[in-house]
Design a protein around this ligand. Sequence first.
Ligand code: ADP
Ligand code: MG
Ligand code: ZN
Length: 480
Amino acid sequence: MSALPDGWTMVVGLEVHTELRTDTKLFCGCANNFGDEPNTNICPVCLGLPGALPVLNQRAVEYAIRIGLALNCVVQNSSFHRKNYFYPDMPKDFQISQYDVPINGPGYLDLPDGVRVGIERAHLEEDTGKTTHLGGTGRIHGSDESLVDYNRSGVPLVEIVSCPDIRSAAQARAYAAELRSILIASGASDGRMEEGSMRVDANVSVRRGDDQPFGTRCEIKNLNSLRSVQRAVEYEALRQIALLEDGGTVTQETRHWDEDAGKTHTLRTKEEAYDYRYFPEPDLVPVEPTSEFIDTVRSELGPMPAERRATLVSLLGEPTDAQLDQLLSVVEQGLDSFVVAAVAAGVNAPLALTRTSNELAASGDVVATVDAQAVAATLLMEQAGELSATQSKAVLQEVIVNGGGDPKAIAKAKGFEQMADGALDTILDEVIAAHPDEWSRFCDGDDKLQGFFTGKIMAATKGQADGKAVAAGLRTRRSA
Ligand code: ADP
Ligand code: MG
Ligand code: ZN
């Protein structure tokens, strides 16, 4: 982690757009699906054809409230405004958004290390279409042709605006990561940054020391990975410091992050609210959820990541740094219920965590429907020594693919049987005897051959041998 030059500090506030996981769009019945054939999920409303009228999607309101509650926001009566500007991805020439009264007012988010970041607001708005620029650099400027796909036009978004409470690039990343975890846990969003369903804009300014007024900020648009959030914020703070130390001034503007070059550059000077000629959307009534509705939404919200991490920490006792990393990602992927179920069935917590964070996490979406008891039963067999680690992983794969099953039957069908006492010793001696040249090189100190012998022994035992026992067997024979 690079630090800022002596005496300088940075101030960062993030604006995060997240697409909601509704079946349909915000103001029409078109499907909200990522990756469909371009311009197939469209209608007069989301194309902005004359006379088309928007109808608010109740599920989107519910999801927006879920996000608000998950971020400890004040959920309030709100209304929609038109934000007017021209861009080819927006056929109406205005975006329906919320302006002075957002559905979610002030709240906060606590980072895993305890630092609290204020949330200014989290409002509802519609997404724009998607343009693809062909030729040139892939940006609109200098491109040969531009294609536009309106499938995304009108997809519900919640924009979450943080207070300027973030003080380092690593903290900006941690905020985005925790927010993504919370969004996924709320069930309102899938948090997939690589699919653009969560996009981050970072506002960055710098100042000398901690007690000076905030400096002029620049906004970096559309960061689509946690890594680029951190890199872009760091780069931008250093750029501004260099500029100021050179006697220059920072101009408030919107900048673009070039991932390959590792640099930001000017997109446009900052527009002000009055540039957008905001005015109340005349085709929509105010949103006034009843307190019963809000209470129902609240009662359906599961525990948030912080609480679920705490549960795993208590199961592990004193987790190592590696285990902390594992449990962070297990919770983020919503797999912690597997660990909890396995531990409840008698599996030791570190084994439950490791297998979940490796085998289950690697299995993608299918894992959501896997029977946690079948996973637990497999790990119990491994713990009892009835399956080696390799065999246990193979049985787990089968359990995952089938969504469950009886691990004993799977192990039997795969021919996994426990090795008889002394069987490993026999195989070790046989393998060594069959490769005398390799063995003498190994004994002379060629450590690379460790892998060669381990592989041969694993093959001879069909993966049944315990890796630690193999290593120990080789070690005693080598030093004999
Ligand atoms: P605008 O209305 O121009 O978008 P906001 O006041 O809504 O401005 O702030 C947008 C974002 O910029 C918020 O996330 C806020 O925390 C952040 N921000 C505001 N001032 C600064 C500053 N001086 N340095 C860094 N971030 C800032
Ligand atoms: Mg703003
Ligand atoms: Zn539509």
